[in-house]
Design a protein around this ligand. Structure first.
Ligand code: SAM
Length: 199
């Protein structure tokens, strides 16, 4: 049974990579599934489903975990629905097809994963902060943005990438200066931040 799930996940991952769909790196998803175990996370909101790879990995890590995941790209959302059905997680993964900033939820979550448009990390954080449980945390992926965030802006020729880097740096600064939360940064995968509420 467990072997079947991971065989399925391997296929989903292989297909996503072949189709150039951006999915979490192994180190990142391994860190998150360890975190889920360590902190006894039961409810997760994910912003940025793509084709469902990380949502399925999180659901597979523990039978008590439930995931709500939001995706705004229709083709990816449809593919994610198929992948979740194939992995038999329709009862524990709920997908929402919409721009996350237009989604209003009442429930609270133990963990909120931000893995969507990198320029909007701060908007997603502010929009969903009210949905975080008292002991909850945010994990944000791609904080290093392929090494660009550590570079001098003058070394980056693309104006778009410079703009993105500035926004990611603003987000990092916001997290570092936010007295309501304690954030740790991990140099694994493409860089992640783990932001826990100070109680
Ligand atoms: N978490 C996925 C995984 O590891 O399997 C990868 C997510 S991928 C890096 C980012 C996804 O976020 C893309 O599929 C993109 O369409 C989606 N996205 C970007 N901005 C969004 C928004 N405002 N609302 C919802 N989804 C968004």
């Amino acid at each position: 049974m467990v072997d079947d799930i991971y065989k399925n996940i391997k296929e989903i991952k292989k297909e996503a990579l072949a189709d150039n769909i951006p999915i979490m790196q192994d180190e990142t998803i391994d860190f998150i599934t360890d975190y889920i175990e360590k902190k006894k996370v039961r409810t997760i909101l994910e912003i940025g489903t793509a084709v469902g790879y990380s949502a399925i990995m999180m659901a597979a890590s523990n039978p008590l975990v439930n995931v709500v995941s939001i995706e705004k790209d229709k083709d990816r959302y449809i593919k994610a629905l198929k992948n979740i059905k194939k992995a038999n997680f329709e009862d524990r993964i709920t997908l929402i097809f919409n721009d996350a900033l237009d989604v209003k939820l009442d429930e609270k979550f133990d963990l909120i994963i931000i893995d969507a448009a990198k320029s909007k990390n701060l908007d997603f954080f502010s929009h969903f902060e009210k949905n975080l449980e008292v002991n909850g945390s945010f994990i944000t992926d791609n904080i290093n943005f392929h090494g660009y965030v550590d570079k001098d802006l003058s070394e980056i020729s693309s104006k778009n990438i410079r703009g993105l880097v500035k926004k990611i740096r603003n987000y990092v600064e916001f997290l570092q200066n936010n007295v309501k939360y304690k954030t740790k940064f991990y140099d694994l995968g493409d860089g992640i931040s783990v932001t826990e509420r100070r109680i």
